[in-house]
Design a protein around this ligand. Sequence first.
Ligand SMILES: [Zn+2]
Ligand SMILES: [Zn+2]
Length: 373
Amino acid sequence: MKAVAVFPGSREVKVIEQEDPRISQPDQVMLRILDIGICGTDKEICTFEYGTLPPGDDHLVIGHEALAEVVAAGSAVERFRVGDLVVPSVRRPCVHPGCLACRAGHQDYCYTGDFTERGIKEAHGYMAGSAVEQERHLNLVLPDLREIAVLTEPLTIAEKALGQITWMMQQRPPWLDPQTPGEERGRGLSALVLGIGPVGLLGAMVLASAGFTTYVYSRELPPSPRIDLVAAIGATYVSSQAATFTDLAGKIGNIDLVYEAVGHSHFALEALQVLGTNGIFVLTGVPGMQAFIEADPARLMRDMVLKNQVLLGTVNAGADAFASALRNLDAFRRRWPAENQVRRLLRWVAAGDERRHHGRPAGIKTVIAFDAP
Ligand SMILES: [Zn+2]
Ligand SMILES: [Zn+2]
């Protein structure tokens, strides 16, 4: 079968021919890959800035945002049957007996850093004709979500964050009712999303559908399909070329939540200065090397203490976030049915079946669709 791999030694990214994988354990499932999403991590791996080869190999097969179909299952597999659609998680646990996070099946909180990640760190990814995976790392996808389920993995970033935020909001401030249903968690609260890429837009969808009055802030000016999408989900777009953070705080009032999805440290630091009382600031972007700037840490520290603020970093996602991402993709589809706003995020390349993807508006998130065998 063919696969797409990076060779950091010779600084090449190329299509390779390799043997089809085989089921070797009873709990394994054989997958035919249908769609693969591309994100900033892939771009960094393909420019040799990021990623780690599997031990003993000279290359890494990339691809971690996958949608696949089950084509065979080992004798001990219980949850999946041939023909099922599945989305795999990315991170695999470390082997250390003392890592409570990995031993609890929550390798997204791994303490040791010795986890592997398919398509990123010491394990081959899914940008190939087929792949084998253990049952426990797969999530079942409803057939109705065939067109959009490739967004599950990037959506888990926001899902994991929202799970944490909800927990914090239910415990603090103490007057909130912990029994509040999911779609009303953000009622009466404002959320500011930094960045209008796929992670920012999916974050805005999660927050808007949780009832937050949602704003998206980025450099872009209209006209833009991304800005149109912000409006279509009932959020408000503000360009940093038209308004400063101070203007924004004046417009929004108390900023209860900032969801950072840019990975730009200066931008994040500026936003931190307008975070409101009892506010939570979620960082999801991983900045590369950026210029040093002057900052006033005393002011930041004073604000954080005097305003009961929380600064939360989040990476990767566990099975609970995958389950809520799949529930939410279905909810988004129903909530914004006109043209299926979620589908508008997708931009297909190398589409296997031209008819299926023909005539779509230009999307935002690049997806590679594989040919049927
Ligand atoms: Zn990704
Ligand atoms: Zn671990």
